[in-house]
Design a protein around this ligand. Structure first.
Ligand code: C5P
Length: 221
């Protein structure tokens, strides 16, 4: 039954955008709404999968029948994804993970002082969760999917990123002002490590989600 082609499978989806705190009231964040990741989780559940949705700061209702693990930062997202990935058949990293976080966290609110210039914010690298999972393959035969938002040379940059990350599939979006972030619709090309290229025309995020699961399902052993 095609409609239940993910029955008996465990899939992990990350969604939303991480927030990297500077002090108790401030963070560095991004514009990811979480809608694409939530659509992926809903579609996988509809196709019979057990779904763990690691949700970073998404102001969206929990999808029915999905295990939602809320996280804030990239470090928390890494822990939650690695834990869930241990027995997962597929991991789809749709979350926008901050590449950097502030080097220090101020336990009290950072104050402005009269006549003083603001202190620069020093950043350190966050772990690359996608590259780590794709490299380690916590479970043999696991299918690993990444997302990439590119503003130019979309396909060339996408191919390079797919190779660098070592994932099986990379969903490449063209982003720019008004495009993709927070929108209900999306347009993408899904690149495969096998050289395949699957264009997904402008449409609802559910349509892209179903194409991703089609491509994942045929790679599952
Ligand atoms: O390198 P870039 O941020 O463009 O890669 C995007 C892909 O890598 C997404 O799938 C995102 O979830 C994942 N990523 C990650 N850990 C990071 C940065 C990105 O897993 N620190």
């Amino acid at each position: 039954d095609l409609a239940q082609d993910l029955a008996g499978r465990h899939v992990v989806v990350s969604a939303g955008g991480t927030r990297e705190p500077l002090d108790p009231v401030r963070f560095l964040g991004n514009r990811s709404s979480g809608k694409q990741g939530y659509a992926l989780a809903r579609c996988a559940a509809a196709r019979g999968a057990r779904v763990t949705l690691v949700a970073a700061n998404a102001a969206l209702p929990d999808p029915a029948g999905v295990d939602v693990v809320p996280v804030g930062t990239a470090v928390q997202l890494r822990e939650a994804v690695l834990k869930a990935a241990a027995d997962a058949d597929a991991v789809v990293m749709a979350a926008a993970v901050a590449d950097f976080r502030p080097e220090t966290y101020a336990a009290g609110k950072i104050k402005k002082k009269d006549g003083e210039e603001p202190a620069p914010i020093a950043l350190v690298r966050n772990p690359d969760i996608l590259a780590e999972i794709a490299g380690e393959r916590p479970r043999p035969g696991q299918v690993i999917v990444g997302f990439a938002a590119e503003t130019d040379a979309v396909l060339a940059n996408g191919r390079a990123k797919l190779a660098r990350k070592g994932c099986d599939l990379l969903v490449v979006n063209e982003v720019g002002e008004r495009k993709t972030f927070g929108a209900e619709e999306n347009e993408a090309v899904v690149l495969g490590a096998d050289g395949s290229e699957t264009p997904v025309p402008h449409g609802p995020k559910e349509a892209l989600a179903d194409t991703v699961w089609d491509l994942v399902a045929r790679r599952l052993v």
